[in-house]
Design a protein around this ligand. Structure first.
Ligand code: PLP
Length: 394
């Protein structure tokens, strides 16, 4: 008999997935145009034409053995070189090919990094609202999850909120900016204050405390905002990145771990990331996807559609009386349940064919997450339903 928490983990459905699948059934029943599905974070903007062209060119290559073959576990050297060059040009961070370990997206990058850092009793600090998989990953590597509750005044990073959660066992803090689900982009000053705190706590406890920067939304920023490149602010930063959102390639499973030279024990840490990935069954990131990003890592996403979506939704919903957190990045918007619990509100919204998941799994009760990576047409059509919903109440 299988006895372990993995059985439960596999059997337990994510609320977001469940809502999404409910939406598919509902669409079949009443027509796709009548269901307003804000549940899932699948990019709605197509991958840039240059990415499609690169795929076609790769498909036409004659050296198919190479194109479909394994690369080294770290990634093909030419790909690592191209991405390191791009990072250095953009952020002047001195990135080299040797600092990059290619993964099948940001999720395995995080998992390998956490496993690499896991020592006996290691604690990982996460800030609510957080990506719901963080606790799953931390538990899976045998670490302890330490949650800093959300600061609901602005959902921003406030270093004084974080300070009480450090102990001698703190191994790393995980930061996700632009944030899923709040859309908040942490400012340079807040990150600098966090870096000072991390230095202070590292000195106090006599070991380096790492910062894991989970950054799949780095390029999705609006209103002239910029997501600061955190390794330039705090030396012991490891970046977990993917092109899932920035180039709309979530199914192509391509990302990396970046371990900068100036990170404490950087060579050992890089090897530990590689070793952890190996222990988790990593062989190499998909080869065709590696060659795509070799050519396309310099492209910036077209974020105009996400920009318009968030503005339209924010203006309309606040006009109807909803309280929303204005997002400066990513493609999500938090709304506060205007009545009942977030779960009750989510259930009631279904009566109006609006699908919006509650944020309990994100560590943020009382709030719901709207994915704004949807068609603008659907947003416009959904607005009367949102109005009717808040007027109807429970
Ligand atoms: N981190 C955050 C904050 C995310 O929102 C996601 C995906 O939605 C991931 C990591 C995982 O990204 P990937 O699809 O590249 O594994």
């Amino acid at each position: 008999m299988l006895v372990n928490e993995m059985v439960q983990l596999g059997a337990k459905r994510s609320g977001i997935r469940e809502l999404f699948e409910y939406g598919l059934r509902k669409k079949a029943e009443i027509g796709a145009e009548n269901v307003f599905d804000f549940s899932i974070g699948n990019p709605s903007v197509p991958a840039p034409d240059a990415v499609q062209d690169a795929y076609k060119a790769i498909a036409a290559r004659k050296d198919t053995v190479k194109v479909h073959g394994y690369t080294s576990a770290t990634g093909a050297m030419s790909v690592r070189e191209a991405v390191a060059k791009n990072l250095d040009e953009r952020f002047h961070c001195g990135a080299r090919a040797q600092n990059l370990f290619f993964t099948c997206g940001a999720a395995p990058a995080l998992m390998s990094t956490m496993k690499a850092m896991r020592v006996e009793g290691a604690e990982f600090i996460i800030l609510a609202p957080y990506f719901p998989e963080y606790p799953t990953f931390i538990n899976a590597v045998g670490g302890k999850v330490v949650v800093v509750p959300a600061n609901t005044t602005d959902f921003d990073l406030h270093v004084e909120d974080v300070e009480p959660y450090f102990t001698e066992h703190t191994q790393a803090i995980i930061i996700n900016s632009p944030n899923n689900p709040s859309g908040v982009v942490y400012k340079k000053e807040a990150l600098e204050a966090l870096a000072d705190l991390l230095r202070k706590k590292s000195a106090e406890f006599g070991h380096p405390i790492y910062l894991i920067a989970d950054e799949p939304y780095r390029e999705l920023v609006f209103d002239g905002y910029e997501a600061p490149f955190i390794p330039n602010i705090y030396e012991n930063t490891v970046v977990c990145y993917s092109w899932s959102k920035s180039l709309s390639l979530p199914g192509e499973r391509i990302g990396y771990v970046y371990v900068p030279d100036r990170c404490a024990d950087s060579v050992d840490l890089f090897n530990a990331v590689a070793g952890s990935a190996r222990a988790l069954g990593h062989i190499c990131a998909p080869t065709t996807s590696q060659y795509i990003v070799e050519q396309c890592c310099g492209l910036m996403p077209d974020i105009q559609a996400y920009d318009e979506n968030r503005k339209t939704l924010y203006e309309a919903l606040t006009g109807f009386g909803y309280t929303c957190v204005y997002p400066h990045g990513a493609f999500y918007m938090l709304i506060k349940a205007p009545f009942g619990t977030a779960l009750e509100f989510s259930e009631r919204a279904k009566d109006f064919n609006i699908l919006v998941p509650p944020c309990e799994p994100f560590g943020c009760p009382g709030y719901l997450r709207l994915s704004t990576c949807v068609s603008h047409e659907m947003i416009l059509k959904s607005l009367p339903a949102f109005k009717a919903l808040i007027e109807a109440g429970l």
